[in-house]
Design a protein around this ligand. Sequence first.
Ligand code: SAM
Ligand code: TMP
Ligand code: ZN
Length: 405
Amino acid sequence: MAECRICGGAVDEFFDFGRQPVSDSFVTPETAGSEFYFRLAAGICTSCTMVQLMEEVPREQMFHEDYPYRSNGSAVMHRHFEDYANRLLATELSGADPFIVEIGSNDGTMLKTIQKADVRHLGVDPSAQVADFARADGVRVRTAFFEDSTAREIAAADGAADVIFSANTTSHIPYMDSIFRGVDALLAADGVLVLEDRYLGSIMEQRAFDQIYDEHFYLFSVSSVQKMAEIFGFELVDVEPLTVHGGSMRYSIARPGKRTPSAAVTEFVDRERTQGLASPETYKQFSAGVLKSCKELTDLLKDLHAQGRTVVGYGATAKSATVINYCGIGPELLPYICDSTLAKQGRLTPGMHIPVRPSEAFSEPYPEYALLFAWNHAEEIMAKEQGFRDAGGKWILYVPEVHLA
Ligand code: SAM
Ligand code: TMP
Ligand code: ZN
């Protein structure tokens, strides 16, 4: 049994996806086969209930010069971060000379709004290429992994931060002890640490098994984040459910006793108990559901192939690596995947080596079926690609179960 990275308790494994490649390693025909592989398996801590991976991928294998993910790839996400930045400017950042640090600032989608308001800010992100996109927009970025030492250096140079914000990033970081020591060194006495991430409750409810991949080391719930904050000397003071990425949660964390915890925290802890988020039975059912979804999806793709139907993929997401490699979907079933990210186009998906083509290739000509790997952006993509349905096309989805839309 593995040891919990948060509390040292025993982690009970509930699903093993076997040998999997690093999810964002989009290779060229020349580098195909060089992907880093690891055993992708998830478990739940029997003490603090944190859901986590059984094996850790070295961080430099995932986050580096060529890391391709761009926050700006979705108009919905762009609006989401702009709205929240404006809310912070009107609240936490409305005092004298405020300062905000973002962990995992990526291409600066969130900090751009802060920069335009002329408020002191610093993004921290180890992935050099995406950090350069942020700099091109005037955002101040430090190309580094946020951890204890980075935080102390920032505090020495810039002073205390009123807000430390991090979206879809802290779940990627196994070393939360170092993160919280860093937050302790950098956060103002009455400052707030705000985390946004995929929500375990939604993942279990929707059987969104593809949310389990290398970068998602943790799948947070309100109960597990509350315990994590406490273990590392902080207090969870508010939570806010978010619709983005198929169901997320925003967690506000402060120094103990500095803010009164909201009723929402207790409500969600109670709700999670009723949902059975810490119960082994929930994970047993989830695991049976994963096998069922994979079988139904591969059966459907094989059937369509046998009938001579045209099928392509849409959205070369990191999470698609789990589906594609675990279900064994290769270019014979899915000749290509369309994606709007420049850095992914012309490359091959990790492991199964399915070519990635620009979004424009989708209509040249439209296929009969499209497997939507970016199901978390379904509304945005289906609206943008209305022409596909108008031409008689059908979307294939596998969350919450395999179905056509
Ligand atoms: N915050 C953006 C969003 O929500 O769209 C980007 C999320 S992206 C999935 C995760 C980002 O975290 C990547 O840009 C990666 O380079 C960065 N990252 C990973 N480990 C980090 C660390 N220790 N400190 C700061 N950034 C990190
Ligand atoms: P994500 O689910 O991790 O945010 O990744 C979404 C992927 O889907 C990313 O590679 C960009 C791609 N995408 C498109 O190709 N077209 C779109 O309209 C959107 C929103 C995303
Ligand atoms: Zn634990």
